[in-house]
Design a protein around this ligand. Structure first.
Ligand code: DGL
Length: 357
């Protein structure tokens, strides 16, 4: 029996209305691109109780998205696998590749925000690097997980969902690169991984997180004071490599072997992770002075983790022509010094940058 014309017309009408409704709903959702780089969030373990000893960076971006179908209800999501690594192995070249891709995407009016899935070991470093080189006010949210995708109560799916919600929220714009983990929103400059394995590992201990994500909705309670993203002076377009900057760690009875070796290996900048308020051990100081005399920029930071390294406090920085890291951790001071050296070797200018970003 042929399908009656009237019924056929009615069905076409219903399908048309349905398609129009879906299109209208989709048009209202933010367009979020997920850039996947690897890490535990893409990791797999031998069993559901494997939370250490798993393999990071095995699950592709489309599988990550498919594992959280709720994401498609809150955003129009596209995924790109930029690279697939355990983040302890991330390179300068991969930082430049990722940052350039972020800038290209955010320059497109069709992209409202970006989520970057990343291993947690160097997540804070990538987030801070991007905080200094992304040239858009649109939200960029870096997210990871502490349990692999195969684990009981894996934190990756909810972290990814929250990150997409945050990246799609207009209120998240203009705040610099954000880190969204464990229902918390942190600013890239001040957050650090504070525990080797627990889900609450990302903390901004003294300066504080900037908000929460509750029930999928972001809530902000403070903003950052230092310049970032569109307000920085660093321009990726002129960069195809980053200068070599290394970190020398201080501890009881330390000597000058590490400093001398790093200078001999070609370091253009040295961050000294000093004890206390950035103190210089007597057996290390001559090597740092010699490094400065060779043109290496020396930054005094602290291994302590919180607080300001005071200029001319534990050392006469004016006389030594050293720079102080302010409150930046040694690993983040290294990032700022790398970018600073793409602009200048003036310690006065570099010190200004450490008080600006
Ligand atoms: N290998 C570590 C990394 O990729 C795993 C840690 C994690 O992602 O949570 O950073």
């Amino acid at each position: 029996m042929l399908f009656p014309r009237s019924a056929h017309a009615a069905l076409c009408g219903v399908l048309f209305l349905f398609a129009a409704a879906v299109q209208a709903q989709t048009a209202k959702l933010p367009n979020v691109t997920i850039l996947a780089t690897g890490g535990t969030i893409a990791g797999t373990g031998a069993s559901s109780t494997t939370t250490v000893g798993y393999t990071a960076a095995t699950v592709g971006v489309q599988s990550l998205i498919a594992a959280v179908p709720e994401i498609t209800k809150v955003a129009n999501v596209t995924g790109e696998q930029v690279f697939q690594i355990a983040s302890e192995n991330i390179s300068d070249a991969q930082w430049l590749q990722l940052a350039n891709r972020v800038n290209v995407l955010l320059a497109q009016s069709s992209v409202d925000g970006i989520v970057i899935t990343h291993g947690t070991d160097t997540l804070e470093e990538t987030a801070y690097f991007l905080n200094l080189v992304v040239k858009s006010k649109k939200p960029v949210v870096v997210v990871g997980s502490m349990r692999p995708s195969t684990a009981l109560s894996a934190d990756g799916p909810i972290n990814l969902y929250n990150a997409v919600r945050l990246a799609g929220t207009p209120e998240a714009a203009g705040r610099g690169v954000l880190v969204a983990m464990n229902d918390q929103i942190h600013a890239a400059r001040d957050v650090t991984k504070a525990n080797t394995t627990t889900a609450d590992t990302f903390r901004t201990t003294e300066l504080g997180m900037i908000g929460y994500i509750q029930g999928g909705k972001p809530f902000f309670y403070r903003d950052v004071t230092r310049k970032h993203t569109v307000d920085t002076e660093f321009d990726l377009a002129k960069l195809d490599a980053l200068p070599q900057v290394d970190v020398a760690y201080a501890y009881a009875n330390v000597g000058d072997v590490a400093v001398n070796a790093l200078v001999a290996a070609g370091a253009k900048g040295l961050v000294h992770a000093g004890v206390g308020n950035g103190s210089l051990p007597a057996k290390t100081k001559p090597a740092l002075v010699a490094a400065r005399a060779k043109g290496v920029i020396v930054v005094r930071a602290s291994r302590v983790g919180q607080g300001i390294v005071a200029r001319n406090g534990e050392a006469n920085d004016d006389q030594l022509d050293f720079v102080v890291a302010d409150t930046l951790s040694p690993q983040k001071a290294r990032i700022l010094l790398m970018l600073a050296l793409t602009k200048t070797t003036s310690t006065k200018e570099i010190q200004r940058m450490f008080y600006t970003y």
